[in-house]
Design a protein. Structure first.
Length: 327
């Protein structure tokens, strides 16, 4: 199969948008963001055996490669529109490519995203996606706008992907109901695009949680020049996460540690002024993505983690960092 056959067979599909004047097939894509909008661009790479097991299902890899990028657009409050895909493959395996394309285009269709170009090369399995979206000029939700007194909201639940990874690494079998839920959360994250767009109206700042709540919250705090107090007892943990933690012999504090530093959650952390809190919570419920207040921002810098009795909790490692030595 030639490179061109491969592109035609597996990647010339999915939504067609009127604002893509030229898509796949020319030297470059020609795209038309709506008048009065700014372009938001995000890129993320998934490397086999770093970001996903090389044995992972191809549909899951296709889904996740797009999902992690759409999650970045969500955190900016953007509407997703187009994507490009750089695919490096050890060999053109038709079954793998079909699975990958099925996962990628199912999520693309869900959010009306058109694949408008890419590059295909031979080498160790690596998937890079760039997602493009737009936002009314000046309305992007950054990391830098949080203010002291803002409520810290977290969408969905956290820790499931980290628990699934921990169980997989230790070759532990989880109870089937919990295992299904945790594995979906690990391999098929749902980008919170609708919530991010709604949050433009009521949030001061946002970040998506890819490297763990503690690490990503630290980025938001630093960018905004504020601190935060986070109440551990408020961390949203699912029944499946609690069941898995029990099965893995993790106590409450170990579960909190995993939920804060595990990563791969792809939820949104939002800084919301108290007078907009009810509106924010209602929006989360209406969009099927309920949010939980987990703390508040303060003028004093730093992140304080607090148990229910008010005592301080310390996290040895705040999240995953590719360039830090593995423990
Ligand atoms: P060029 O040599 O001009 O860079 P390529 O031969 O790399 O072009 O690609 C031909 C066309 O196919 C281009 O429009 C490119 O954007 C598209 N393309 C290549 N690989 C992919 C891919 N994995 N997914 C989507 N489009 C791709
Ligand atoms: Mg090329």
């Amino acid at each position: 199969m030639s490179e061109f056959d491969l592109i035609r067979r597996y990647f010339s599909r999915g939504p067609r948008r009127p604002d893509a004047a030229i898509g796949i097939g020319d030297d470059g894509a020609v795209l038309r963001p709506p008048a009065g909008c700014e372009l938001v661009v995000a890129m993320d790479t998934l490397v086999a055996d770093v970001h996903f097991p090389a044995t992972a299902r191809a549909t899951d890899v296709g889904h996740k490669a797009l999902a992690v990028n759409l999650s970045d657009l969500a955190a900016m409050g953007a509407e997703a529109a187009w994507a490009t895909l750089a695919l490096t493959l050890p060999r053109p395996d038709p079954a793998w490519l079909e699975g990958f394309a099925a996962g990628f285009f199912a999520l693309a269709a869900e959010h009306g995203v058109q694949l408008v170009g890419g590059d295909t090369t031979r080498g160790p399995l690596t998937v890079t996606v760039q997602a493009h979206g737009f936002i009314p000029a000046g309305r992007a939700l950054g990391r830098a706008g949080a203010r002291p007194g803002d409520v810290l909201l977290l969408s969905g639940t956290v820790g499931e992907a980290a628990l699934a990874l921990a169980a997989w690494r230790e070759r532990r079998i989880l109870p089937p109901a919990a295992a299904g839920c945790l594995e979906r959360r690990w391999h098929r994250p749902s980008p919170r695009l609708a919530l991010g767009r709604a949050a433009r109206d009521w949030a001061h700042a946002a970040i998506d949680v890819s490297d763990g709540v503690a690490a990503d919250l630290a980025h938001l705090l630093e960018a905004s020049g504020v601190g935060a107090r986070l109440e551990l007892a408020r961390l949203p943990l699912s029944a499946a996460a609690r069941a898995a933690a029990a099965e893995l012999g993790l106590g409450q504090e170990a579960l909190w540690r995993l939920a804060l530093s595990g990563g791969d959650d792809y939820e949104l952390l939002l800084a919301v002024p108290p007078k907009r809190l009810e509106e924010a919570l209602a929006a989360g419920r209406a969009l099927g993505c309920p949010c939980t207040p987990i703390g508040a921002l303060s003028a004093a810098p730093g992140l304080q983690l607090q148990r229910k009795d008010g005592t301080a909790f310390s996290l040895a490692s705040p999240g995953y960092d590719h360039f830090r030595e593995r423990q």
